[in-house]
Ligand binder design. Structure first.
Ligand code: SF4
Length: 318
């Protein structure tokens, strides 16, 4: 390479920034400070710049002090501010709703039954009307005792051959303690005495005996109930047994059922002869029935029935 070419090459590298190619050691520079020496030094350089001089010319730089990376600030968990609770007045606890209770059903307690006495034997050997009355006492053997005023035992001649048996006391009988003393009783008295008079039988009402199936007045004059008739009928049975009448006259269907256990109605049963034990029984209308039904036919039938009984009882006796 010619010097000229070398120079151009150097200028080329110089332009490129390789200035270190033009530096020389300090001693060499001080010895030859003139510019003329440069071409000489350059002339002594090899044709191609090698990397070695470059490495030698590099001054190791001191490592920069280790700078610790800035530490991140400690993580602070962001928290939502606590909601401000509004203070409310504490109200008393509300009781749970109570289920509506069903309306209490009023259950009417059963009608109290009075204390039942032990009945004496039906037909004591030495029975009498007085003993029967004493046994009845202040009777509370059935519910009819609750509304009664007086026990209506019976009235008339206890040795009479004829006994009339009705249903039960009415209001007047309950007050007086005597059977058939009201309007129905007055009609019965007329029937007995008028018929006897017409038939030539010399009797009046006091000559016969009159009583009822039950001896206490049923409330509102209702029909006695079967258990009431069964209980009180035992006294009637003792009365009839003691009196031993020649005939019995049942007044009305209730008496006929109690005494004879009849199934047919009064209109069929009336005017017929039946038997209670060995005692003949005539069935006819109750005077109250005749008062309610102002029928001449019914009264005629009743008078016919009574004539039969009176003749049966008193014809032989007279
Ligand atoms: S109705 Fe006869 S059984 Fe009943 S309480 Fe009167 S007396 Fe006694």
């Amino acid at each position: 390479m010619t010097p000229e070419e070398k120079r151009r090459q150097l200028e080329f590298y110089q332009d490129l920034g390789f200035t270190f190619l033009f530096r020389r050691p300090a001693a060499e520079a001080s010895a030859e400070p003139t510019e003329a020496a440069a071409p000489t030094a350059l002339a002594a350089e090899p044709d191609v710049p090698s990397a070695a001089p470059v490495a030698q010319a590099t001054v190791p730089r001191p490592a920069p002090p280790a700078v610790e990376p800035p530490t991140a600030p400690p993580f602070v968990e962001a928290r939502m501010p606590e909601p401000v609770r509004e203070e409310r007045p504490v109200s008393p606890p509300v009781p749970p709703p109570v289920a509506p209770q069903p309306e209490p059903v009023l259950v009417r307690p059963p009608e109290p039954m009075p204390e039942l006495y032990t009945l004496p034997p039906l037909e004591p050997a030495d029975d009498s009307m007085l003993k029967i009355r004493e046994d009845i006492g202040d009777c509370r053997r059935c519910r009819l005792c609750e509304g009664r005023t007086k026990i209506v035992f019976g009235s008339g001649n206890e040795q009479s051959p004829l006994v009339f048996v009705g249903e039960g006391p009415g209001a007047d009988e309950d007050q007086q303690g005597l059977p058939f003393v009201g309007r129905a009783g007055q009609l019965l008295t007329q029937m007995i005495e008028n018929t006897a008079s017409k038939e030539g039988i010399a009797i009046t009402r006091p000559d016969v005996y009159i009583c009822n199936v039950v001896k206490c007045r049923p409330p509102e004059n209702r029909t006695p109930q079967p258990d009431e008739m069964e209980m009180c009928g035992q006294f009637l049975s003792r009365q009839l047994t003691v009196m031993k009448p020649r005939a019995i006259c049942c007044l009305g269907g209730t008496a006929a059922k109690a005494l004879l256990n009849l199934k047919e109605g009064i209109t069929k049963a009336r005017g017929q002869w039946y038997k209670w034990r060995d005692v003949p029984v005539m069935v006819t209308y109750h005077p109250s029935y005749l008062l309610r039904n102002q029928s001449k036919e019914l009264r005629r039938e009743a008078w016919e029935d009574l004539k039969k009984v009176l003749h049966f009882v008193y014809d032989e006796a007279q």
